[in-house]
Design a protein around this ligand. Structure first.
Ligand code: NAP
Length: 490
């Protein structure tokens, strides 16, 4: 075994593989486990506990037990736990990045970036923990007084996806800890290791027993539904597909739970004739290829003014074709494998459908044979509006290019989707930029930039991309309730 692969083995070895309930690591009640695989090889990395519904209930019991004392914990003390965790994640960034690449596939440079981004949520919410303010006002009639206080929502269920295995967790755990909520978190079955490592770090940083409870399972529905329907749960925060989000919202309706939903996207990337084309191509590469295209914020379709579409397509195709594809841990690799066989098959279907409808392949357009789920970075030109690749979330390294003639036409095409997470706009005309930003039906806009994620900004979507915001000043509000006290001074 080489030194490098021995180091990799040790990194996986060090991660706890059990359920974390009430401050203790323990196996699933029936002793079951499931394998976590490396998408670059299709081989098993290790096995982790496979929770059954009774384990889920034990985790909720622990969260409920811890809630009252956690809510009374001093805000500064809560913030300092997050700050310590921020420091420790930063210190262990390299090891955490390798772990993330092993289970998720992204190039290790991108994993480093995600670990840093994930840690930033803890730093931000460490600072927010001591800034929870209420209000005091004289009633309009001058007699009464209106006191408004903010209190933690209570035990929260957090469900996260595989594509950003750590940041999607810290974006929820950070504000929950800061606000004084206890929680049960369930990471995706494909990528439980980053979250297990994170739970160990939070424990090391002094998070009290029962505040964070972590369950890994292959039975997401049967394990989570009883918790969502349990009268002691107060909140559900979910990041994942719109389809699952809708199911969970229906389940949450029974208990009238507070919900935060970060769901799917279908981001349009608009390039106007006056755009700086070099900047637009750079931005397109970031917006499309970050995370191998497996991001809710990924540019899904490129709407380019007809006068520059040919040049834009040619430059983007050259850049995409030059990207180095391979296992995420290999030196210089820029594009890793897709998460699993089904994800690659879906990408293949979407490309085949577009080609059948007349699209031209300018780069890529095929899988790479051998172990792992690799697909070549692909650019499609002349894509018709009704191609599936335009209407569905691609979640892979495929850039379909369409053309437009007028601003109205571009905006109508951009908004022609059930999703509304993010859009990207490239133009050098300030008036046009503001006009277009106002008319786009998305929760976020990247204006002359291909990356919007920032711990200090309110991340979230409109339409079927979700409810609520994560990060920024708004992030902690999702975990706070307002209580109004009417005061009679008479
Ligand atoms: P997914 O299939 O919806 O799964 C997300 C999470 O929900 C996973 O932990 C999954 O567990 C769990 N889950 C699935 N069915 C469930 C059920 N019936 N009850 C309870 N939990 C259930 O999504 P994904 O494929 O992991 O992630 C990709 C999707 O997430 C894309 O649509 C992407 O746009 C979206 N996303 C959105 C944002 C955002 O901020 N808006 C960010 C990242 C990703 P299992 O792993 O066991 O299936």
């Amino acid at each position: 075994m080489s030194v490098a692969s021995r180091a990799v083995g040790e990194i996986v070895e060090r991660v706890p593989k059990e359920l974390f309930i009430g401050g203790a690591w323990r196996p699933a009640r029936d002793g079951r486990t499931f394998e976590v695989t490396d998408p670059a090889t299709g081989e098993a990395l290790c096995a982790v506990a496979d929770a059954a519904p009774e384990d889920g209930l034990a985790a909720l019991d622990a969260a409920v037990r811890a809630q009252e004392s956690w809510a009374r914990h001093a805000p500064r003390a809560r913030g300092e736990i997050l700050r310590a965790a921020y420091e420790l994640i930063t210190e262990r960034r390299e090891e955490l990045a390798v772990l993330m690449t092993l289970e998720m596939g992204k190039p290790v440079a991108e994993s480093r970036a995600e670990v840093a981004y994930a840690a930033e949520f803890f730093r931000w919410f460490a600072e927010e923990a001591v800034r929870v303010e209420g209000g005091y006002a004289v009633a309009p009639d001058g007699r009464g007084r209106l006191l408004v206080m903010k209190q933690p929502v209570g035990p929260s269920l957090l469900i996260t996806p595989w594509n950003f295995p750590m940041a999607m967790g810290t974006r929820k755990i950070g504000p929950a800890v800061a606000a004084g909520c206890t929680m049960v978190i369930k990471p995706a079955r494909d990528t439980p290791l980053s979250m297990l490592a994170l739970a160990a770090i939070l424990r090391e940083c002094g998070l009290p027993d029962g505040v964070l409870n972590l369950i890994t399972t292959t039975a997401s529905g049967p394990v989570m539904e009883p918790l969502i329907r349990d009268g002691r749960t107060r909140k559900l925060s979910f990041t994942g597909s719109t389809e699952v989000g809708r199911t969970l919202l229906a389940q949450a309706a029974g208990q009238v739970l507070r919900t935060s939903m970060e769901l799917g996207g279908n981001a349009p990337f608009l390039v106007f004739a006056d755009a700086d084309l070099d900047a637009a191509v750079d931005g397109a590469l970031t917006a499309k290829m970050r995370n191998i295209g497996e991001a809710c914020t990924a540019a899904n379709r490129f709407h380019v003014h007809a006068s520059v579409a040919g040049e834009f397509a040619r430059r983007l195709a050259d850049r995409m074709a030059a990207l180095r594809v391979g296992p995420g841990l290999a030196e210089g690799v820029q594009v890793g494998p897709l998460i699993n066989a089904a994800a690659r098959e879906k990408v293949e279907e979407l490309v085949a459908d577009a080609v059948r409808r007349g699209a031209k392949v300018l780069a890529g357009g095929e899988r790479i044979d051998g172990p792992g789920y690799f697909y070549r970075p692909t650019v499609l030109a002349g894509v018709p509006r009704d191609a599936r690749v335009v209407g569905e979330e691609v979640f892979g390294p495929v850039a379909p290019i369409l053309t437009f003639e007028t601003e109205d036409e571009a905006i109508a095409a951009a908004n022609d989707t059930e999703f509304g997470l993010v859009s990207y706009v490239y133009t050098r005309d300030l008036n046009r930029a503001l006009r277009v930003c106002e008319r786009l039906e998305t929760g976020m806009v990247g204006l002359n930039q291909g990356l919007v994620s920032n711990s200090a900004a309110p991340f979230g979507g409109v339409k079927r991309s979700g409810l609520g915001r994560e990060g920024g000043r708004a992030g902690i509000e999702e975990y706070l309730e307002l209580k109004y006290v009417a005061i009679n001074l008479a």
